[in-house]
Design a protein around this ligand. Structure first.
Ligand SMILES: *[C@@H]1O[C@H](CO)[C@@H](O)[C@H](O)[C@H]1NC(C)=O
Length: 168
């Protein structure tokens, strides 16, 4: 029974969208939906040496030959470009279609961002993730506050598990 309740809670948590914001430093509309795994209400706690996994659904604002994903972390007012490596090749991570995409196409996309250890534990930052096309024109953009945690550590009060599960 408890296992069932746990699984149900987990399923509900997994299905929730994340309350992301519109970007302030970059152009681009919000996706129709954004879900950062394990995070409903930011700041999202991201573990070092893990991939943060971000699912987006958006409509292509125009015909796009190819796309790139860029991330900028704001530590206070200081912008730090974050290198997404191969994960910056947006087209390789579309789950329901392929590039080129034509205007109006509904695109499902999963971004993985590896959290490097140079991002110190306890760091609070805000990240803007944006997708641009091959001519650097904006696609979508999301802004989300985050906090970096040590890998594999459960932090009391910082996880999104529904109340009651810890008590079992
Ligand atoms: C695309 O994502 C939406 C949720 O954002 C989901 O409902 C839909 O089933 C997905 N479509 C495909 C083909 O994966």
């Amino acid at each position: 029974m408890m296992k069932f309740v746990f699984a149900l809670c987990l399923a509900l948590a997994v299905a929730d969208a994340t309350n992301v914001q519109r970007c302030v430093h970059h152009a681009g509309d919000l996706p129709q939906s954004t879900r950062i795994e394990g995070c409903t209400n930011p700041p999202c706690v991201l573990q070092q040496q893990r991939n943060a996994v971000i699912h987006m659904t958006f409509r292509a604002p125009r015909n796009m030959q190819s796309m790139r994903t860029l991330a900028t972390a704001y530590l206070g007012a200081v912008p730090v470009p974050y290198d997404l490596g191969n994960n910056a090749n947006t087209c390789n991570f579309l789950t329901n279609t392929r590039c080129p995409v034509s205007s109006g196409t509904s695109v499902n996309y999963t971004l993985r961002m590896y959290i490097e250890t140079w991002f110190p534990v306890g760091t609070s930052a805000t990240i803007e993730f944006r997708i641009v096309d091959d001519r650097n024109q904006p696609g979508v953009c999301v802004r989300v506050p985050i906090r970096i945690s040590r890998s594999g550590k459960f932090i009391e009060g910082e996880n999104e598990l529904p109340r009651g599960i810890e008590a079992q």
